[in-house]
Design a binder for this molecule. Structure first.
Ligand SMILES: Nc1ncnc2c1ncn2[C@@H]1O[C@H](COP(=O)(O)OP(=O)(O)O)[C@@H](O)[C@H]1O
Ligand SMILES: Cc1ncsc1CCOP(=O)(O)O
Ligand SMILES: [Mg+2]
Length: 258
């Protein structure tokens, strides 16, 4: 959906969040005009999935004891035809791939949002990483396209260059704002934004809107502040202030076909 429609319809984004960054994720959804809700209790899942427009599953701090519940959540979302976004934090670490493989095997994931190393794992391509961060380099377009083709999911790959691909159409945003990468949780929040923008319909254009929104907020914030603590707050303020026109103008200028 367009930003103006997001602000009108207030999509409810159910975040099955990690325990590191939920406050930042909830604020990002809120300031753009969506409505965040976090939960981990399986008894609530049918109600919350029914009420939600998007379900965002973050495996960053998964626990084996909750794995069947995580799969159940994705299946409930599939049955209710709600968009499922997966954020596979550090999936290249073998133990971190356990919940990702399980959810992918037993449910349908519509969109995968990760950094280049995380997305390369789905493509079966080596890409250096260090914990939650991507540190290597490679052919980003090919990685995103192959990950989309192998998984059948839309790929939203973030970094200095953001790449969105459904395996057929690929679009990029090449705008470098290093401070965006210093705030832990920007990626998690971006995954939730992607859920919000795709709440009515899953598309490359809607996913690009979410990626562009975070990137543009980073560009604007970096014009005002230069240190990470204030930067994170400034990003929230810029996200709050961005308008439909600001976003669509940035997209027209910076989004390229891959
Ligand atoms: N070097 C960079 N320059 C510009 N934007 C970046 C850079 N690294 C990350 N970003 C942005 O930060 C956000 C989070 O991406 P990323 O850091 O890749 O996710 P994660 O935190 O999951 O590793 C995205 O909006 C992405 O565009
Ligand atoms: C530090 C950390 N550890 C497990 S999840 C997580 C947060 C990851 O956040 P992001 O992927 O948005 O940087
Ligand atoms: Mg991440």
């Amino acid at each position: 959906m367009h930003l103006k429609d997001l602000k009108k319809t207030t999509p409810l984004v159910f975040n099955y969040a990690n325990y590191v960054t939920p406050q930042f994720v909830a604020n990002v959804v809120n300031v753009v005009g969506g409505s965040p809700i976090m939960a981990r209790e399986v008894a609530e899942f049918p109600d919350l999935v029914g009420a939600s427009d998007a379900i965002v599953i973050n495996t960053g701090t998964w626990r084996r004891a909750e794995l069947l519940e995580t799969i159940k959540l994705a299946q409930l979302a599939n049955q209710a035809q709600k968009v499922v976004v997966l954020d596979p934090v550090a999936v290249g670490i073998p133990s971190r791939s356990v919940p990702v493989k399980a959810v992918m095997a037993d449910a349908k994931v519509d969109i995968i949002r990760g950094n280049a190393a995380e997305i390369a794992w789905f493509a079966g391509i080596d890409f250096a990483s260090h914990g939650i961060d991507a540190t290597g380099d490679g052919d980003l377009l090919a990685i995103a396209q192959q990950a989309a083709q192998k998984t059948g999911a839309m790929i939203a790959m973030s970094g200095a260059v953001d790449v969105v691909s459904d395996g057929v159409t690929t679009q990029t945003i090449a705008v470098d704002v290093p401070l965006l990468a210093t705030n832990v949780g920007t990626g998690d929040a971006l995954s939730a934004l992607i859920g919000a923008f795709n709440g009515d319909e899953i598309s490359v254009a809607n996913t690009v809107r979410a990626m562009a929104m975070m990137k543009l907020a980073g560009v604007q914030a970096a014009q005002t502040v230069t240190t990470p603590g204030y930067f994170a707050n400034q990003v929230l303020d810029e996200l709050y202030l961005l308008t439909e026109d600001d976003l669509e103008t940035f997209i027209a200028k910076e989004v390229k076909n891959g």
